[in-house]
Write a protein that binds this ligand. Structure first.
Ligand code: RUB
Length: 320
């Protein structure tokens, strides 16, 4: 029940932002484990796997979601009693949520050090990790200003300007297409991430790559704030990040679209910024150049690699 509700909220974007999606999914699995009262270990596992599948299927791009689900579900196979299995899920979900919140706090402190007194920043979309850095810099006494984009079509910029305003930070609200006009007034771009691939490319809200390209052209540094669970282990083996394409009615009202039979709306929710447009990725484990993404995947998400090797061994045995 709670899983279906959470899944619906993630799909409709009532719950949104990669970090929050991951924590809410972990919480849904925790509640689900508590609520399964009937059955044995085998049926518990089956129920939990079904719930994990439902949650992962909600939005395809933010890799924090499958990573969080994987972390909560790992160890379920090894549990020998139903109670062990239940306790394990609950414990790992709580651990994930706590470590995610700590990660966002650490990133804020690390990221704030890259912001200088007097800087003007630019952010795109609504990222708790990116905003954490900006707010931490402001709280440490640095005088800063922020340009925040509108973020069509879902207007996440409205959430961002409210947060910045509530923190008492001077903010300029601009339409997405005004970034190049103002980039020469900007000292640093800070954005979040939905996924970081092994080659250091960052997948984030549609328009991020245009912002980063514009910043690159103007020699303005781009900093990405991303927890380690946003790195995508399977990109090591060539798996691509799926870019979610949402309904056209988010961009153009159905009643108008109906009068334009030759017009099709395309509405990708995310885009890919290549590593060469990114100066630094700030994680809770420290800041690194995007080219070092592999190290994070190897050291923090090694399970993805181990799993692949297991599968690979099985496949080669089949071929012999
Ligand atoms: C949100 C978005 C955010 C990242 C990082 O997209 O692109 O920049 O998810 O956010 P949507 P956070 O609104 O479509 O979910 O730092 O909060 O995890």
């Amino acid at each position: 029940m709670f899983v279906t509700e959470t899944a619906e909220k993630i799909k409709s974007m009532e719950i949104r932002g990669a970090g929050r999606i991951a924590r809410e999914a972990a919480e849904a699995l925790r509640r689900h484990a508590e609520e399964i009262l009937q059955g044995d270990l085998v049926s518990f596992r089956r129920e939990m796997e079904g719930a994990a599948h439902t949650l992962i299927a909600t939005r395809p791009t933010a890799v924090s979601l499958p990573n969080a689900v994987h972390m909560v579900m790992s160890g379920l196979e090894q549990a020998v009693t139903l109670e062990d299995a239940r306790k394990g899920v609950i414990k790992r979900a709580e651990q994930f949520i706590q470590s995610s919140l700590h990660a966002v706090e650490n990133i804020a402190q690390f990221g704030a050090r890259h912001i200088r007194d007097g800087d003007t920043l630019l952010t795109h979309c609504n990222s708790e990790a990116a905003l954490g850095c900006i707010i931490a810099a402001h709280r440490s006494g640095k005088e800063i200003e922020v340009f925040a984009t509108e973020v069509r079509p879902r207007n996440q910029g409205h959430i961002t300007i409210r947060t910045l305003n509530d923190a008492g930070i001077k903010t300029h609200f601009i339409v997405d297409s005004a970034v190049r006009t103002f980039i020469n007034e900007v000292d640093l771009v800070i954005v979040g991430a939905d996924a970081v691939t092994v080659n250091g490319a960052v997948v984030n809200k549609i328009g991020t790559s245009q912002v980063a390209h514009t910043a690159h052209e103007a020699r303005v540094n781009v900093l990405v704030a991303a927890e380690t669970y946003k790195f995508a282990p399977r990109t090591i083996f060539g798996e691509l990040i799926q870019i979610e394409e949402r309904g056209g009615n988010e961009v153009l009202a159905d009643e108008i679209a109906r009068t334009l039979p030759y017009v099709t709306v395309r509405n990708p929710a995310f885009d890919v910024t290549p590593a060469e447009y990114i100066d630094l990725i700030v994680t809770e484990a420290g800041a690194l150049p995007p080219q070092m993404a592999y190290i994070i995947i190897r050291d923090y998400l090694g399970w993805g690699i181990e799993e692949f090797h297991k599968t690979f061994e099985i496949n080669t045995r089949h071929e012999e």
